[in-house]
Each structure stands twice: as structure tokens, then as C-alpha cells.
Design a protein around this ligand. Sequence first.
Ligand code: GLA
Length: 425
Amino acid sequence: MRTVISILGIILSPIALALDNGLALTPAMGWLHWERFLCNVDCDTDPNNCISERLYMQMADVMVRDGWREAGYEYICIDDCWPSHQRDAQGRLQADPKRFPGGIKKLADYVHSKGLKLGIYGDVGVNTCAGYPGSQGYYETDAQTFADWGVDLLKFDGCFMNWTSLSEGYVKMSKALNSTGKSIYYSCEWPLYEWIFNQPNYTAIRETCNHWRNFADIYDSWSAVKSILDWTASHQDTIVPAAGPGGWNDPDMIIIGNFGLSHDQQESQMALWAIMAAPLLMSNDLRDICPHSKELLQNRHIIAISQDPLGKQGYCTAKVDSFEVWERPLSKHRIAIAVLNKQEIGGPRKLLISAAPGWKICDPQCNVTRILPQYTELGIQTLQSKLFVTVNPSGTALLTVSPIRGFTNNMHWHDHSVKDKHTVL
Ligand code: GLA
């Protein structure tokens, strides 16, 4: 058993200007086809799972029927492999006519009639990653086509593009989308493709995109989730200050409800994606999802952390005895704390969390709630309190801490940065 003294404050570093399209005040929530459905274009033998208008219409129906929309999930997003291999006579992208007989406009109308929004996919280079037409040379045309169709979000990939032109391409598309006069949420993969050669300019990225991928594609496995967390923790000084209302780091899709994660690991992904202020874009089959995963994905306490209006991304603040502690500042001077047990042998392990001297949030008293593994009010605590959390292997305990009365010294709180002041005993 180890003790963590947690002291968290809010970093005052001024965040750079965000893309000014009025969107992404909190991270996007929705569904994106890629991880689960990939580039399955075989509608003859696999009509239920192929990339076709039917898939998105069914997902839209289920999102309304099963409470997803009510829980906050809003975007239904098409990924790669939707277009025809040829542009039309006017040079416009067109959907594959066999798989999307109604076309994208009709699909967008359908999705809108359900009170949801439609996302589409393109690429800054000459081809998409799966070899469909890219937008290079057609940024204005494609932005206008998407706007004419009523598309609400564009995921813009970075394959088949010289890295030295990435920034120019992403900025041009951002401006082209803006010029359509329609607010279109702009999801970029610019830093992911630039990191290979160069440290990306996050000030420019934040001014250009509503969220951005930094790291490799997620797979349906715990090792993929862990590698994303490791990358994020080791680059947090660079990427966390870039996140805030209008623009967010995107650690990739939520894979809860698929095949690769145990129940504890699913809880870990949900908790950590909320701490990271990540977009919650599920890639799973909502038509067939187990009740446990559904309940976790619709957990309003975790969603409230994800969507907290203060809009600060959390940090990994301690790595001790194969535990990781992650902390996110929340509105109303609250914080969320996630404790991840990274020891994948043995049973549940305990960690002692206590407030450090001078930790104003618990001076004189604070209220602690455990959200995971099971919602429990842990009640009023003081600076003297010693709280144990018990965490299963590869699981996560998620807590919120709220100040009670007497919390007047805001300056003290704001003075400290999470990572500088954290102390581990
Ligand atoms: C890249 C992206 C993925 C997905 C595929 C589609 O690998 O990172 O998220 O969009 O392309 O081909």
C-alpha cells in the first residue's frame, strides 16, 4: 500500500485562441464508424456491417431509441471508404452510388430529423488512407459540397501528403469550411502526421481545428489504450495547455462495448477519456451492446466530468507503485481524480489518498464522491482525512472532490500547477 498526497491547482497559462466557429465548447460526443467497421464495403455478403447509408440510419435510430442522444451523444460520423472512386463531372466528391443510393444530403436530412448531427471524412492529401479521393487541390469545392449536403463535422485525415505542406493544407481547409458560412466541426489529424518529423505548433493547431489526433490509431485492445495513456502522460506539458473550449486533444475513439477490453479496462478508458477532456466518439455496434457497457457509456457522472464547462484537460500527476494518478480541475473549484492500477497480476490493491497541507480544496472541509467502480458518497473529509481507494488490476477508481464552505482563497488554488505541486510520499 502506498500513499499519495494529492495537491492540484489550475494552471494559469493563457490558452491560445481557439478556432472561432462557435463549436466544441466541450469535447464532441457521438459515434464514429472506423475502429469497429473499418473499410467493409462488402454489402453483398455483409449488408449489416458494410459502410452504407443503412449503417448510419440504423445507428441514428438506435441512438434515439436507447437513450444515447439523451445522454449527450450527438454526432454520427462516417469515416473512410464512403465515396465513389471518381469525382463527378463538376469535380465534386460523390458517395458510392451502390452503398449510398440516397446520397449524403438525404442521409444528413435523416440524421437531422432524429435531432442528431452528421459527420463525414476527408483527407488533406491526394488520397484518403484507404485510397479514396483526397481533397488536395479541391479544398474549396469539398468544403462547399459538405456544407451543401448539410454535414456538421469533418474528420480530415493526413495520408498521402508531404509533411511540409500539412499545416498549409489543414489551414486552407479550415478557412474553406469557414467561408461556406456553415459552422462545421473540424476534426484534424495534423499533429499525428507531423510528430513523425517535427514538433507540431499547437498554437496554430488550436486556431485551426476543433480537435486533433496526436497519436497512432486505437485498436480494440488494452495495450492500445495503455500506449495512448503513456504517450499522453509523456507529452502532457506540450499538449495539455493547448486544450480548452473550442479545441481539444483527441486520443481517438472509445472502444467500450467491443471485444478487447475487460469490464475494468472499459471503466479505465471511460474515466481517463473524461479526465483527458477527450472527445467521446464511440466506435462500437450500438445495435448490439451489452447492458454493462451501455450503462458505463451513459454514466452521467462521468459524462459531466468529460463535459465540464471549465474546459481544462487533466494531467497525470503521479506514478507510484504501479498506480497512476490523474487529476482534472473542474468548475466550481472541484477536481476529478482517477487512480489507475497498472499492476496486471494479483488482486485489487489499495492506495491511500490524502490532502496535502495547504490544499485549500479540503480546508476546512471537502466532499468526496466515488464515481467508479461504484457510485458512493464518501462524505465530508478534511486535511486530516485518509481515504483508501481499492482498485482492480487494470481498473480505475474515479473520484470527485468538492470544497465545502470557507473556500475563499481562490488565488492559492490558481497559483499552483498540477504537476509542479504534486507530492508523493
Ligand atoms: C487513419 C486514421 C484512422 C482512420 C483511417 C481510415 O489511419 O488515423 O482514424 O480514419 O485512416 O482509413
